[in-house]
Design a protein around this ligand. Structure first.
Ligand SMILES: [Zn+2]
Length: 111
C-alpha cells in the first residue's frame, strides 16, 4: 500500500488531515497489512471508528470479523465500524477506546 498524501505529510501536524478513508473490506485489509506505522516516515497510525473513537491496530486485527460485520450492517452504537486510518502526530493522550492502551504519537511525547 502507498500512503496517498506523502508529499503533504511533513507539513501537516493536525490529526485527521492525513487520514485515509476506509469504506470496504479491501481498504481495511490494506490498512492492516500496512501495519501500525505509516510509510514513509514511520508515523504511528490508528483506526478511527464511526463513533469518533480511536482503535489500535491490535484491536482492529483481533476484532476483524466485527469490523467487517459492522461495516456491512451499520447500526447505531457500533464500536468497531472503522471509517478511517489516521496518523497520530502529536496527541500523547490518545488511547484505544477498546483496550485502553495508549496510541503512540509521533511528536507528542519523548519516548
Ligand atoms: Zn486497542
Amino acid at each position: 500500500m502507498r500512503w496517498q498524501q506523502t508529499d503533504k505529510l511533513d507539513g501537516l501536524k493536525t490529526r485527521g488531515n492525513a487520514s485515509m478513508n476506509i469504506t470496504n473490506t479491501q481498504e481495511l485489509k490494506q490498512a492492516l497489512r500496512a501495519g501500525p506505522y505509516a510509510w514513509p516516515g514511520g508515523y504511528p497510525t490508528f483506526f478511527l471508528a464511526a463513533d469518533g473513537e480511536p482503535l489500535c491496530h491490535k484491536c482492529v486485527r483481533r476484532g476483524f470479523k466485527s469490523v467487517l460485520w459492522e461495516m456491512h450492517k451499520p447500526k447505531q452504537g457500533d464500536m468497531f465500524r472503522v471509517i478511517a486510518h489516521e496518523i497520530n502526530y502529536e496527541d500523547a493522550a490518545l488511547h484505544c477506546a477498546h483496550c485502553e492502551e495508549p496510541i503512540e504519537s509521533a511528536y507528542g511525547e519523548e519516548q
